[in-house]
Write a protein that binds this ligand. Sequence first.
Ligand code: CLF
Ligand code: SF4
Length: 462
Amino acid sequence: MEDRSIRHPCYSEDAHHYYARMHLPVAPACNIHCNYCNRKFDCVSESRPGVVSRVLKPQEAADKVREIAHTLPQLSVVGIAGPGDPLANPRQTFETFSLIREEWPDVELCLSTNGLKLEDHLDDLERLNIRHVTVTVNAVDPEVAERIYDRVFWRGKTYKGRDAARILLERQAAGIEGLREKGILCKINSVHIPGINADHLLRVAAAAKAWGAFTHNIMPLIISPGSLYERERRTGPSGIEALKVQEACSAVMPVMRHCRQCRADAIGFLGGDTASAVEPDVKAIRKTYTREEREAIQLELEKQMLGKRGERERRGGACGDDVRERRPAPVRIAVATRGNGKVNLHFGHAKEFLVYEVEGQRLQLLGVRKVQAYCNGKADCTDPASKRRMLEETIAMLSDCRILLTSGIGEQPTRLVREAGIVPIIGKGELEQELLEAAKYYRHLGRGAFSLEPKPTSNLGG
Ligand code: CLF
Ligand code: SF4
């Protein structure tokens, strides 16, 4: 069967290093009200769903796609994910998709919805050949859901409490079943809300499996300022808590680990974008690409990606001659990267870290730890005391990691990172290779007395 997701940066972990997506913020209205959302708040330094700088009209969105497709040859997916719910704005959403589909038949179209109106639009999705749909399902039990959703607007009426929850969950299930019948790939997103649905997410995972969903993306809660959850002083899960829930759910069904909780106007590689800006490396090329060049570049990237995957699979079972290499203890490594499968980001510029576990020759992405998102956009990033606090928070967030891989790090952060028992290593190369070498080096350190001294080859920061 054709692998429909091979170039989709969200549906394939490999693809996210090679291919980019763009979101078109054409859908301002929403038909439910989540207790963690307040779409009035718009801070360009933060990155979270439901936020957007400017809503576009369908034709403006189509023009934007043309501009980006010709300058970002890695663009493989165009999605609509807000800033409200795309299906609460069906005219804008489907008019935009129609324009894109007509002009760019090779681009994958993608939709993210709360699911309330999904069943009503299954035929539209099929007609436009939209093959990837995400539904955010935070609960499958109305008792849990009523603590997450304040209200639901359905068929001209507003529902609250248990009734609202029941309607939303029924509509979500019907819509997801409909996707399956039409052969449209479905990803389930769930927001992990400590104290509300953390334990319940296993049941959501089981439902996702029963629905035949492609993957389950469990995202740590990010609270919007002014939302009910902020007033209730709720907080998102720590990196470790998020990891625990993801691990538990991954026993039931595949879990997505590389989500960046994008804005509704995100453009570029996952983790490498800023609002409405092209990924810096690509901007520097200052070139426009024809359709043929785009396709040739994407094909070449696919070859590279599959080649790497093949290498990894061959390496997977292989062991070194040294018996001690056979079952080495896993090493957890945090990486600062802005994409392209490289270690290419300075620690001080990182707003997120990819956390990997390396065991022998096996690499597993465990998740993404965000820095800025947790400050809720409130920290004064220029004040030295705030900067120090953010630095300490960042290091605490990585406390379970033994190595930090980055393209550069200042003196003070190096000292604090080391004090936290994390070895900072400067890398500039291919991510996978750097991870393997860093883990090997760490194990080498561990055989003798553990040392935080710089590696003689000067690969350590300092
Ligand atoms: Fe956008 Fe979502 Fe499509 Fe991806 S995002 S509509 S499936 S193209 Fe991806 Fe962003 Fe996570 Fe969404 S990283 S928030 S999972
Ligand atoms: Fe906000 Fe999205 Fe929830 Fe609508 S579905 S209230 S936009 S988080």
